[in-house]
Design a protein around this ligand. Structure first.
Ligand code: ADP
Ligand code: ZN
Ligand code: ZN
Length: 739
């Protein structure tokens, strides 16, 4: 007992465990990996997670402190889940304690009991009778006892008023020892015999083939890439697979992107099943989150639906994982534990030996590559499920055309024709605000952000200049700050400007804008969609918020104002993202009898990628983009890790990265690793952001294993490096953004 040393993961960025002695009076057998302990840490207290019990510590015995309290009689973390967290911390080279902080509900991290909310229940005592002489002159107590006695499992305190029970009467009955209170959880609902609350649709042949393929793999690990055009009925396939999972007595976990978390998606699951659905996303409060997490862990929730972090939900009987819109960027966490929920979900499915389905109309190049090499089974749905026809694509070369608030003449004509035919138009421009910058026509001054190497966007409505990178905002000046000229002109166009111009061009038509600025009020979106559902001619102007989830059956023209950003960006993923956006936006249109048309304005209308996309479709584009990635030695053909650093003084971050680079070169030699290149350090593409100077060092490797061997020992060295203390640094394994 005296020899036992507890090794704990504490919520600290340090990638190490912390040693403690067992708390006084706790038997060694009670200490299980995964259990939480309250420990002293400096002058504070912390809640740590027991990783292992061992007999040796590098800390001198007289320096070791005992833990204060064991918080869990049993480990609250199922062992499979515990292992999954260990794997995650290892893979992302992240502190285990901090990994647990991301993986566990906040109340558990704070030491709250790992128990679902308790409730008080009122029960009649054995032998209590309404004929008790003490009640002969207390009719209300008699009635109350009668009601309570009719509920052999007790009446929840919260239901008293519904049953017209009066708390005072019950208290008097309790004093007479006729009723008692029990504190316990709500009784688990019995498993339904019929899981369906609503009949299923008859699958079309394509859906049926996909469902059959996946069904045959239920019960063991397999990754399926369900690539189905928008409206091809992927969700219906999910629903039927979930039903089979439930029938097999198992649970299903469904991840959806942040932006799809509308009531539409959730209602579809709730309408279909008689099942207990646990929801886990950012708007769920801490208590409900803990209850949902526990219900999933204890097998009391059948279906778990949530965004990225819901991946970290333990399940008693996992049966199936579904990642909807697997290409979506919101699956990658860009701070702290920089994990990719899709990639990790595959690891989890592998560990639990269950199938995982990745669904998308525009699969990521990574996933398509994995399908190409046979690692994933590719299942395609090429037809829309209803009668809807796929839209036609047209490229509009605007090289020599004047742009009127971003909208060329031919585009204006196409919009006019569509409106005159009584139909709706969707105008897509992935840039919010009025104009991306303000320019002084006399001296060339530009509205640069004082804190970033970026320009501030003009927001005309609020008469502000706002930086979209750091949030800095100031009043729009009347005069040039440099030369006092009043000739200040907004350059370029954002959604606000396009909206304003369209209102002037089409004065009798409602113009509705959808972006983060217009929809910050909760009901704004709902109102908007009601207008659109009415079906009268209107113009929708918006950013990528328009690209996801919602169906606009009456939209027959999709006008894409700017595809150029994706074609000549320094970011090698930009073209993939642009193609996905175009296809997703296009998928909103032409749902019903009228086929849709998509017109894309571009200065690079003959760009091979854009030609492929519009003439051959997304898969042809993807093959071309993949072959470009292969020849350039980029992911998924190589593996990346990015070491970022930022500091208040210029040069500091690069100084640290220079040393880090030297260290990495040494280790490459020492570990005799080959096929790894160090690129940089270089200043970040936007060097100054929110007042800090940023730099980065990219590590590129032909194979995964040597990269991870390097990272592991390299990070240990970096943590010791004195120059690292003056900067903020972080490692991003498999980075998505190289900024
Ligand atoms: P996706 O998820 O691929 O975008 P959905 O599952 O939302 O597609 O299906 C699009 C539309 O087609 C929905 O309105 C859905 O109810 C309908 N649908 C799906 N499958 C079928 C089917 N087999 N028969 C008839 N309608 C279907
Ligand atoms: Zn000026
Ligand atoms: Zn800024």
């Amino acid at each position: 007992m005296t020899d036992a040393i507890l090794r704990l993961a504490l919520p600290s960025p340090l990638r190490r465990l912390f040693d403690y002695l067992p708390p006084a009076g706790v038997a060694l057998e009670a200490l299980q990996p995964g259990s939480r302990l309250r420990v002293p840490f400096g002058r504070r207290e912390m809640v740590g997670i027991l990783v292992e019990v061992c007999t040796h510590s590098d800390i001198p015995a007289d320096k070791l402190k005992p833990a204060l309290e064991l918080l869990d009689p049993q480990s609250p973390l199922p062992s499979a889940f515990f292992k999954f967290c260990l794997w995650t911390a290892q893979y992302y080279q992240h502190s285990l304690g901090d990994t647990f902080s991301w993986a566990l509900p906040i109340l558990l991290r704070q030491g709250e009991p790992a128990q679902a909310r308790q409730e008080r229940f009122w029960l009649a005592n054995d032998g209590a009778s309404i004929d008790d002489p003490r009640l002969s002159r207390a009719p209300r107590q008699r009635d109350a006892l009668k009601t309570i006695a009719q509920h052999p499992h007790g009446v929840a305190h919260g239901l008293l008023s519904q049953l017209q029970l009066n708390k005072d009467s019950l208290e008097l009955l309790r004093e007479k020892d006729l009723v008692r209170i029990e504190v316990r959880r709500h009784a688990a609902h019995p498993r339904p015999t019929n899981w369906l609350a609503q009949p299923e649709l008859t699958l079309n042949p394509e859906q049926s083939a996909a469902a059959t393929a996946i069904r045959s793999g239920l019960g063991s690990f397999n990754t399926y890439l369900l690539a189905g055009v928008t409206g091809s009925g992927k969700t219906e396939v999910y629903l039927q697979l979930i039903r089979e999972t439930l029938e097999a007595g198992k649970q299903a976990l469904i991840l959806i992107p942040e932006i799809n978390l509308g009531p539409q998606t959730l209602e579809r699951f709730e309408r279909r099943f008689n099942a207990r659905i646990a929801l886990l996303h950012s708007a769920v409060n801490d208590r409900d989150r803990l209850d949902a997490w526990l219900a999933a862990r204890d097998g009391e929730a059948d279906i778990i639906i949530g965004t990225r972090s819901a991946l970290f939900t333990p399940m008693k009987n996992p049966g199936l994982i579904i990642i909807d819109e697997e290409h979506d960027a919101s699956y990658k966490q860009q701070e702290g534990l920089r994990y990719h929920a899709r990639d990790l979900a595959i690891v989890r499915a592998h560990q639990e030996n269950i199938p995982i389905v990745l669904g998308s109309a525009t699969p990521s190049l990574e996933s398509l590559h994995n399908a190409n090499i046979g690692r994933y089974a590719l299942l395609r749905l090429n037809q829309r499920a209803g009668s809807a026809k796929a839209p036609k694509f047209l490229r509009l070369d605007v090289k020599s055309l004047p742009l009127d608030s971003g909208i060329s003449g031919p585009m204006q004509q196409a919009i006019r024709k569509t409106l005159e035919a009584g139909q709706q138009v969707l105008v897509f421009l992935n840039r919010r605000g009025f104009a991306p910058t303000l320019l002084c026509h006399d001296c060339g001054w530009l509205s640069e952000c004082p804190r970033c190497d970026a320009r501030m966007t003009v927001h005309q409505r609020s008469r502000e200049l706002r930086c979209h990178h750091c949030g800095h905002a100031e009043r729009q000046p009347h005069n040039c700050p440099k030369c006092q000229s009043v000739d200040l002109r907004p350059v370029g166009a954002g959604t606000e400007r396009a909206e304003e111009r369209l209102e002037i061009l089409f004065p009798d038509i409602p113009v509705l804008r959808v972006d983060r600025d217009s929809t910050s009020r909760k009901d704004a979106m709902t109102k908007l969609f009601n207008t659109i559902q009415k079906g009268e001619p209107c113009i929708l102007v918006g950013t990528q918020m328009l690209a996801k989830g919602h169906h606009f059956p009456r939209v027959t023209l999709v006008a894409i104002l700017d595809a150029d950003g994706g074609l000549f960006s320094a970011d090698f993923r930009a073209s993939e993202r642009m193609a996905q956006l175009i296809v997703q936006v296009a998928g909103r249109a032409g749902r019903a009898e009228e086929p849709g048309k998509v017109i894309i304005q571009s200065h690079l209308a003959d760009h091979p990628l854009l030609v492929q996309l519009t003439e051959q479709g997304y898969f042809a584009f993807a093959e071309q983009a993949l072959s470009e990635r292969r020849s350039a030695g980029l992911p998924p053909f190589t593996h990346l890790a990015l070491l970022r650093a930022e500091a208040h003084k210029p040069g500091q971050a690069e100084g640290f990265l220079d040393q880090a680079c030297t260290e990495a070169e040494l280790q490459l030699e020492e570990l005799q690793l080959s096929g790894i290149e160090l690129l940089g350090p270089v200043p970040a593409p936007m060097e100054r952001r929110a007042g800090r100077y940023r730099a980065q060092l990219l590590i590129q490797s032909n194979a995964r294993a040597p990269l991870h061997r390097l990272l592991h020992s390299w990070l240990n060295a970096l943590e010791q490096m004195p120059s690292g203390r003056a900067v903020r640094w972080s490692l991003d394994v498999d980075p998505i953004d190289l900024f």
